[in-house]
Design a binder for this molecule. Sequence first.
Ligand SMILES: *[C@@H]1O[C@H](CO)[C@@H](O)[C@H](O)[C@H]1NC(C)=O
Ligand SMILES: *[C@@H]1O[C@H](CO)[C@@H](O)[C@H](O)[C@H]1NC(C)=O
Length: 498
Amino acid sequence: MEPFAAVDVLNTRTLLIGIVVFLVLFRTLRRPRNLPPGPWGWPVLGNLPQIMASGDKMHELFSKLTKRYGNIIHVEAGGISMVVLHGHDTAKEAFSQYELSARPELHITHAVCPSRIGILDSSGEEWVEIRRFSMTVLRSLGVGKASFEQNISTEAGILIEEIGKYHGKAFDPKHAVGNAVSNLICSVVFGKRFQYHDPAFQRLLKLLSDNITQGGAAGLLETSPIFYKLRMLPFVRRYVHAVNNFHKHFNVLVGEHTHKKDTDSPRDFIGFFLSEKEKKDKQGVESLALQSENLPKIVSDLFGAGSETTATTLRWAMLYMMAYPEVQTRVQKELDDVTNRNRMPRIADKPELPYTEAVLCEVQRIETIVPMSVPHMCSDDTTLMGYNIPKGTLVFSNLWHNHFDPSVWEEPKSFRPERFLDKEGKFQSREELTPFGIGRRICIGEHLARQELFVLFTHLLHHFTFKNPDDAPPISFKGIHGLVWTPQDFTVCAIERN
Ligand SMILES: *[C@@H]1O[C@H](CO)[C@@H](O)[C@H](O)[C@H]1NC(C)=O
Ligand SMILES: *[C@@H]1O[C@H](CO)[C@@H](O)[C@H](O)[C@H]1NC(C)=O
């Protein structure tokens, strides 16, 4: 052997060992003390390969890991440090903390969208201001109150007419249901509804549903800093493209609206925003959040969060009615007893519709549409149940796990609306059902969504019986995990009742 080659081999080996020792030391030293436990991860990529490999079942992957690591699990994924919380009590304790109520940077949205902040991604004082303002506006517009029920009923009537056009033949309800729900949020935001076949409306819905909802389980594409840099990958490029188109389109829509502004007597969210801003400008008060450049983002957040979610829940509800005809019949009987079939059901009838309400709750439990919740970010070093959570950590709450926790729900895998009824058959709400999240960042559209679900669902079942078409494959409850957990496309026959 040549003497030089021996030196080379030695050097290479020493170098390799050196690198390994360095990496291990670096990771150990860099790893803050007393983090929650979690599985081993690769250098740089962390646990991303495992998470990506779980595909649509990220929530199930983490749920299984609790057996080994307990309720708070720490992982690294593509340059971000994250913890996933399990159990209703864990989430409750975490999200009452201000430090755990911030939001992570949305890397792709911020790169392509000129607005600074919206509702979903704001943190700190800006978030407090924007949240308070948005809730006040929703209340002023009557959302969640009786006055808005009329608006929902009107839209429900149009939806029923639209579905009636199929005369009991099989159709995919995605568009009709999506149109109805989106129109309601459009009337809140823009003060107008669209015709279902209006090309501008169709385009808006397509922009939202096509590729944005494919943003990767729990929005990892947005929250991990590596994906925007990897935008040559086709699935990232598709998403970047969709986000870009969506925000461009919203800029145009908001721009059109601001032309005909009516700041004296605002009638929609944009009107209130402009009027409030004008007031603040006159008083010389500098507002953090109410900046014109934020408006398109705020509006698109309201729209994005307010349409896909409720429409998806309604489609799941239809699917369960098709799969459980005896449940559907029982809901219809309850509705008929209250209305005598000579009027439509109303929210005021709720006390007499316990089973119907229980069915809606059970659908929201068994198909948790945001299984991993919307990620939070830790804004300052804090502790949770004895563990350290360093600043900058992403915090997910595994709502799916909580909704299937066998210590809370008996036989969690079965669809059983009765679990929301007491012995006398009265509706019994359950604290552990949290489809809208928990704590300080609980969904601001909760009242709106509940109202929409109740009115649209009862009106539909008053009017139709949903059946799986004879030639359709057996009903599947397999979901797709984009930004929301959606059923696979399906067709339905809507048979008119008389
Ligand atoms: C509800 O409908 C009425 C009548 O069409 C309309 O004037 C009002 O702006 C709507 N409210 C909201 C919040 O969309
Ligand atoms: C969604 O992605 C597909 C495939 O790349 C593309 O053809 C389509 O135009 C995209 N849709 C939107 C609305 O960006």
